[in-house]
Design a protein around this ligand. Structure first.
Ligand code: F6R
Length: 255
């Protein structure tokens, strides 16, 4: 049964919120390392997780946090980009996190947007199997699009959707223009973990910063569970939380 609201926490700024997310992730990674087990982490990309990535790199460099027992799965990938395109999710993650920590390259999983369209379906099924074979996602990081998407699950996506090829919405493509130079260069298609796939993670933290996210955050947290805002599906999850800075939380209390 869906809860009335998703549990949320408001922080002074993105850095303090991200430090808390990183601390919770570090605790999981260390606990698992002590038991000789892996920690399976689902990562999102975009601007939102950058302070988290910086904090994780800091914990690796300065606090002795090892990522050798981390298995990662990224949420999504643009379709049709060359593998060396700087806006590829894979290159973004290597540049901003994985190149700076000791996660074994073989533990890193990405959706492959360079595959021909005939191969995508089987690849999505295989990706889901890799997640299951790893024991499922322990800790999923999410951002939220201005249209309420999680991953690239655009408005209208059903709650039980699985990893698949999707069409990107207009706001998603507009928001990606800085990474591609012009709207015509932004891919129209992507592959994304489905809403159902995401909701199977044992722990989920969605992060949102800034005024431009405040209205959609309010719809996700206190509005109805609806395909119009796929982040609202998190209400059906027993352990999903939303971490906000003050600007993103600023309209939460308004009628
Ligand atoms: C990207 C992803 C997207 C972003 C969302 C917010 O991997 O899953 O759902 O989290 O579009 O993007 P930013 O953080 O750039 O505002």
């Amino acid at each position: 049964m869906a809860k009335k609201t998703i549990r949320f926490r408001i922080f002074e700024n993105p850095d303090s919120a991200s430090a808390q997310v990183a601390a919770e992730m570090a605790l999981l990674i260390r606990e698992r390392a002590t038991l000789g087990r892996n920690a399976v982490i689902g990562f999102s990309t975009g601007k939102t997780p950058l302070p988290l990535f910086e904090e994780l790199i800091y914990l690796y460099r300065e606090e002795g946090l090892s990522f050798r027992n981390v298995i990662s799965f990224n949420l999504d990938e643009y379709l049709g980009l060359k593998t060396d395109h700087p806006a590829n999710i894979r290159n973004f993650m290597q540049r901003n996190l994985f190149d700076h920590i000791d996660i074994p390259q073989g533990n890193i999983h990405f959706l492959r947007g360079e595959l021909s369209s005939g191969k995508i379906k089987a690849h999505c099924v295989a990706y889901e199997k890799e997640i299951t074979d790893a024991g499922g996602i322990d800790f999923q990081i999410l951002g939220i699009g201005r249209n309420g998407h999680i991953g690239f699950n655009e408005p209208g996506t059903p709650m039980n959707s699985r990893t698949s090829r999707v069409i990107l919405g207009d706001t998603t493509r507009e928001d990606a223009v800085p990474d591609f130079g012009a709207i015509e260069n932004v891919p129209i298609h992507a592959v994304t973990m489905g809403c159902g796939t995401i909701l199977e993670a044992r722990k989920i933290i969605l992060m949102a910063w800034g005024l431009k996210k405040s209205r959609v955050v309010r719809r996700a947290i206190i509005g109805p569970v609806t395909p119009k805002v796929t982040a609202s599906y998190l209400k059906t999850h027993p352990a999903a939380q939303v971490f906000l800075d003050q600007a993103a939380a600023s309209v939460l209390a308004q009628d």
